[in-house]
Design a protein around this ligand. Structure first.
Ligand SMILES: Cc1ncc(COP(=O)(O)O)c(C=O)c1O
Length: 413
């Protein structure tokens, strides 16, 4: 393998985020390009989890709901996350899963639009978005779904005076294509529609301006670029302007105005708390508290600059050093138009990704033919990009992917 040339090493030496890498536990010798699926473990999480178990659970036990602030965690963590997505302190909850939050937010958004009957979404959106949308449609007779990719080429042409809600991913999970949040939100509002953003592939990797764009709702996960750990809770955002009118279907006791009155009748809580449902995974939330420490002092504008530089370098190196092996860029070529992942298409994509993983470069595969590589600037450097491409070049040149073992796929790809 060719070692990184001096100009690549110089870029790492000049990187203002280089020291942040120490905030993460990364196995020696591994180049981890899958932080867009599951972020690595932040070092601070180990001691925080031990502390929460040893002090709060083991000793203070049930008193911790009050003394350790467990009950308030969805709101306090939401306030902690809010600046990372450009929201106000009281506009974000950390709770449940993305799918569940989507269900609640879609219903809440539709409830704001009783005279409209169309939901606009993307056929190529993350499948759970569509599955949840069909579950919502089943509960709301008369709701019609229009899909970009099936009913029209662009979202904009599908949005009209009948549109109640637009559900859209800020970054496409397959291609990495990035939407213009300000422009699309304005387009939805101009038609009188409400917009709901899925931020799973953008939160923690770029500045997001939900409030400045006047976005209505958003959901996202904390296990990718926010490094909250496997199964970490999701988050939801509801603009303050809608807080007086939040109606959602999963009206569990945590969303009650007085949960500990144990009243038999339901009265929703005021504000964002109306979007809660029930008891939350407190240890996972504790892990997330510590994981978010990794963002202390980090400017997301600097993260975005480095992210664009890393992905530009990866595209250029793959196209130059792996030329002639049938890899086709599936991501937008212009860094301004993509998130922090780069995807290539190849008919043998699954086997190539497996061969790279066996050689210490972890990316992932998305059916039918996408090789996907995520670049998280908090812990990935320019030499990592060079070395990852060297491994890819070796795999392509030697045909290492043609191993029979790579014909079988495990349950999770
Ligand atoms: C864009 C997007 N939306 C939604 C989800 C689903 O989230 P959950 O499994 O937490 O419900 C994912 C998961 O990877 C995703 O990438």
């Amino acid at each position: 393998m060719v070692p990184p040339p001096p100009e690549i090493l110089a870029r790492d030496a000049a990187d203002p985020l280089a020291a942040v890498r120490e905030r993460f536990h990364l196995p020696d010798g591994l180049i981890y390009l899958d932080g867009n699926s599951l972020g690595p473990a932040p070092v601070a999480v180990f001691s925080e989890l031990q502390r929460a178990i040893a002090d709060e659970w083991a000793v203070d036990l049930i008193a911790s709901w009050n003394t350790a602030g467990w009950f308030a965690l969805p709101r306090t963590l939401g306030a902690r996350l809010a600046p990372l997505i450009g929201a106000g302190d009281d506009e974000v909850l950390v709770c449940d899963t993305v799918s569940i939050n989507l269900y609640k937010c879609l219903h809440a958004a539709l409830a704001l639009q009783p005279d409209r009957h169309v939901l606009v979404a993307e056929q190529a959106g993350f499948p759970t978005d569509l599955y949840i949308a069909s579950g919502v449609a089943a509960a709301r007779p008369g709701l019609v779904t229009r899909l970009q990719g099936r009913d029209g080429e662009t979202l904009e042409e599908l949005i009209d005076g009948d549109t109640a809600v637009v559900l859209v991913n800020q970054v496409d999970y397959r291609t990495g294509a990035l939407r213009d949040m300000a422009a699309l939100t304005e387009c939805a509002h101009a038609a009188g529609a409400v917009i709901l953003w899925d931020l799973c592939h953008s939160a923690g990797i770029m500045p997001i301006a939900l409030s400045d764009c006047s976005a209505d709702f958003a959901v996202g996960c904390t296990y990718k670029y926010l490094n909250g750990g496997p199964g970490a809770p999701g988050f939801l955002y509801a603009a303050r302007a809608h807080h007086g009118d939040l109606v959602q279907p999963l009206t569990g006791w945590w969303s009650h105005a007085e949960p500990f009155a144990f009243a038999s009748g339901y009265t929703p809580a005021a504000g964002i708390a109306a979007m809660l449902t029930g008891t939350q995974p407190i240890l996972s939330m504790r892990a997330l508290v510590a994981a978010l420490d990794a963002f202390e002092g980090v400017d997301l504008a600097v993260v975005r600059q480095k992210s664009m530089a890393l992905t530009d370098l990866f595209v250029a190196l793959v196209e130059e050093r792996c030329a002639g092996h049938g890899l086709k860029l599936a991501a937008p070529r212009d860094a301004e138009q993509r998130g922090s992942q780069v995807s290539f298409r190849h008919a043998k994509g699954y086997a190539i990704v497996r061969a790279m993983i066996d050689r210490g470069v972890v990316g992932d595969f998305r059916a039918p033919d996408i090789l996907r590589f995520g670049f998280a600037p908090l812990y990935i450097g320019f030499a990592d990009v060079w070395n990852a491409v060297e491994v890819m070049r070796k795999v392509m040149e030697t045909g290492a992917w043609e191993t029979p073992a790579y014909a079988n796929r495990p349950a999770v790809t």
